[in-house]
Design a protein around this ligand. Structure first.
Ligand code: 9MR
Length: 406
């Protein structure tokens, strides 16, 4: 927090007109990024948004660097898909998070179903990691070395790696990665760590196992695949992140999306989604050692969620027409508040439902200076009955139901 606060003071005066990555850096994070679906890269509207360095200064390939893509048959390495996003990152001067090496999923049949013993599977892991890291040498800011090694009940996942090697596949993978490319930060990455439950516990244990083996681990990635209305509070999330920074590793949110459990979302659900996003970003800002934030795609037009959870979705910051959603405004507001060292903005008040309700008072009225809102306060929007002027900053419309003093 100290470093983040200093950065915020130094940079704060330029913060207010920035976009997500610009604001994130000004707030003391290292980056704000997104994954890129390799198949979406001929969509020019999509590309124009993600190439904007002020919006996204870090990218990660959604699928191209997974084992089945890079080494579909033993010894046959294929770089075509993996290089798509690596090349975009280089051309745009964006940081590249690389994803992922030892993972039970998107693992080709020759690995998953092979008749391995300790020695042969160790060699397979070491060869894959050495070949891949050398190909991307110097390009990856982070590598997700091991992905999703725990199951949702907090047990070791029943993968070929665990069956043959027990937990030794963890240090084997991290040692191999450090040896192949000492310049990249090495991460363990998983989902549902955010709930601070048995899965979180075994992941803490996992970091300790890697460290006790003398193997290098630099960070733990919280994927952040969350659900609107069920996202933990900012404080609870921060406390969970601190369980890992206490072990001497950094943390990052690596794949955030917050999906609606039913579609289409009503306006209240869009506001709740914005507040959930704000809590997740805010928790990272609150924790020394939480270094960056990555969303798993930025537009509802392209998302893995409806394929995996039919009937759910609309989890992103931009809608399917590339319009910014209330969640985008929430995230930018939280980052802007941190960038200028100001208080976090209050939760966005609900937009009107149709027909409009009888104007319930906002639960958290924004701070006001006399009859005007202070910096970051709400100053307009459909259904808004509060102040429409600013005692600090100027009132800027973010969307039809939310204007803010910036
Ligand atoms: O977004 C990815 C989707 O296109 C793939 O079909 C899916 C297959 O496993 O993987 C998705 O990405 C996952 C990521 O690599 C690891 N964490 C969970 C992500 C969502 O499933």
């Amino acid at each position: 927090m100290y470093v983040k606060a200093i950065l915020a003071v130094l940079l704060g005066s330029q913060a207010v007109n920035g976009q997500l990555a610009k604001l994130a850096r000004e707030a003391g994070l290292e980056y704000f990024g997104t994954c890129i679906g390799e198949g979406n890269t001929n969509d020019q509207t999509y590309m124009n948004i993600l190439r904007n360095l002020d919006e996204f200064d870090q990218v990660v390939p959604e699928n191209g660097q997974k084992w089945d893509s890079l080494q579909p048959q033993q010894g046959n390495f294929n770089w075509g898909q993996g290089d798509i996003v690596a090349n975009i990152a280089r051309q745009n001067n964006q940081l590249l998070r690389c994803h992922t090496l030892t993972w039970h999923s998107q693992l080709p049949g020759w690995v998953r179903d092979g008749n391995w013993n300790r020695q042969t599977l160790t060699a397979v892991i070491e060869t894959h990691i050495a070949t891949v890291l050398r190909h991307y040498q110097g390009q990856c800011y982070h590598w997700d070395v091991v992905n999703e090694a725990a199951d949702d009940n907090g047990n070791w996942r029943n993968s070929v790696f665990y069956r043959v090697l027990g937990t030794d596949f963890l240090p084997i993978s991290f040692f191999a990665a450090r040896q192949a490319d000492p310049s990249t930060k090495l991460y363990y990455n998983d989902y549902n760590l955010e709930y601070n439950n048995a899965k979180t516990d075994i992941t803490v244990e996992m970091v300790k196992i890697i460290q006790r083996a003398g193997a290098p681990i630099d960070g733990v990635g919280f994927q952040g695949h969350l659900i609107v209305g069920s996202t933990p509070s900012r404080q609870a999330l921060a406390n969970t992140l601190r369980r890992f920074t206490a072990l001497g590793v950094e943390v990052a949110y690596t794949e955030v999306d917050i999906r609606h459990a039913s579609l289409p979302p009503n306006q209240q659900a869009l506001v709740t989604q914005g507040n959930d996003y704000a809590n997740v970003v805010g928790s990272c800002l609150d924790v020394d050692g939480c270094i960056g934030f990555t969303v798993w795609g930025f537009t509802d037009k392209y998302s893995w969620i409806p394929h995996t959870f039919p009937g759910e979705g609309d989890a992103m910051l931009y809608d399917s027409n590339f319009g910014k959603k209330p969640a985008w405004t929430s995230v930018s507001s939280v980052l802007a508040a941190a960038a200028t060292g100001g208080p976090s903005p209050p939760p966005t008040s609900p937009p009107p439902t149709n027909p409009p309700p009888t104007n319930p008072p906002p639960t958290n009225p924004p701070p006001s200076g006399g009859n005007c809102s202070g910096m970051w306060g709400q100053c307009g929007g459909q259904g808004w009955n509060g102040p429409t002027c600013c005692s600090q900053g100027t009132c800027q419309q973010q969307n039809p139901w939310y204007s803010q003093c910036l």
